[in-house]
Design a protein around this ligand. Structure first.
Ligand code: UDP
Length: 318
């Protein structure tokens, strides 16, 4: 079995490559390294069943076909990244997704599109089931990501309707774990890095907004199972345990033992107030639900981020 992972050098993409290899797939990873990193796949570069091709999927693809399974995870995903690369984000979600769908159609392969909880925007329905159409500001700053992913969903669904392509859509909720960039701006690496450095923890707005955090191994398990199910409709993947950002900050302080204080900063524009997945569909279709409690996943992430810090530090001291 041969799989292609676009965005395979990214945070979730690289963990997915690991999993597919463990499951016996030969894996081709495409990534333009705009926000992904070769460090995430360094341990795979000498694995015979793995091949990395540096490539931008919005251009001519460097592969012809012969894939059983294609995953599209190529996109900047953290708000800081997609706000820094707005046009690239829109282009990879539209042109990039279309190029991959054409490849999937030629290959007769299963196509899995990584979508996002951001398709629900600032949701008026809580928790969010897949049947909710969302509340997205189409000209707001976050629209570059939200609308790109909504368009990807529409495009993939149209390939399914028009050509009968076996399409799966994962709506990925906040995911965290090792290989997140310490400086990617998201709340998990931000607050951990700040706590480890003894700096104040930056909480945006009142901190009463909520998120639900899923550990990366759970997410990858959901993505893997999704490929094997037969439904083309979207499936929420995420952990339904909901936290306010303030409570999350207190947990980071407890687990790191840091004495930092919380420092409030302005809330970013269009920041969703509440977010929590309804995962009934994933439970039913995939027999899936997250297993790693936040405390446990955070410990692993803290360990990883502090190891990174100590291995990088000597170079700076030379
Ligand atoms: N946030 C925060 N401090 C930070 C980074 C983020 O309080 O240093 C907040 C952000 O405003 C949002 C939540 O944490 O309400 C999650 O933000 P993140 O960027 O991780 O992901 P999002 O769910 O917004 O895409």
């Amino acid at each position: 079995m041969r799989a292609l992972v676009a965005g395979g050098a990214g945070f979730i993409g690289s963990h997915l490559c690991d999993r597919l290899l463990r499951e016996g797939f030969r894996v081709v990873c495409l990534d333009n390294l705009l926000t992904g990193s070769k460090t995430n796949i360094r341990h795979l570069l000498k694995v015979p069943a793995f091949r990395f091709i540096p490539a931008d999927i919005t251009l001519k693809l460097p592969v012809r076909g012969g894939f059983d399974l294609i995953y599209n995870l190529a996109s900047p995903a953290s708000p800081r990244d997609y706000l820094a690369f707005p046009l690239e984000t829109l282009k990879v979600g539209s042109v990039g997704t279309m190029n991959l769908l054409e490849l999937a159609w030629r290959s007769k392969s299963v196509f899995v599109q990584a979508s996002t909880s951001e398709v629900y925007g600032d949701p008026k329905v809580h928790p969010q089931p897949e049947s909710y159409w969302g509340n997205v500001n189409p000209i707001g700053v976050r629209a570059v990501y939200d609308e790109a992913k909504r368009f990807s969903e529409a495009l993939a669904t149209s390939y399914h309707r028009t050509h009968g392509l076996p399409v799966r859509i994962a709506r990925i909720f906040n995911t965290y774990g090792p290989r997140m960039k310490a400086n990617d701006g998201r709340v998990v690496p931000n607050l951990i890095a700040q706590a480890l450095a003894g700096r104040p923890l930056s909480v945006y707005g009142s901190g009463r907004q909520t998120r639900s955090f899923c550990y990366v191994s759970d997410m990858v398990d959901g993505l893997f199972r999704l490929a094997g199910c037969s439904s083309a409709g979207p499936v929420n993947l995420g952990n339904p345990r909901e936290f306010t950002i303030l409570r999350f900050a207190r947990l980071v302080l407890k687990l790191t033992g840091a004495k930092s204080r919380v420092e409030h900063h302005p809330l970013p524009e269009d920041d969703p107030v509440r977010r929590r997945p309804d995962i009934a569909r994933a439970r039913h279709l995939l027999g899936w639900e997250p297993r790693v409690p936040l405390e446990e996943g955070l410990k692993l992430t803290i360990e990883w981020l502090s190891r990174k810090k100590t291995t990088r530090a000597p170079r700076r001291w030379k």
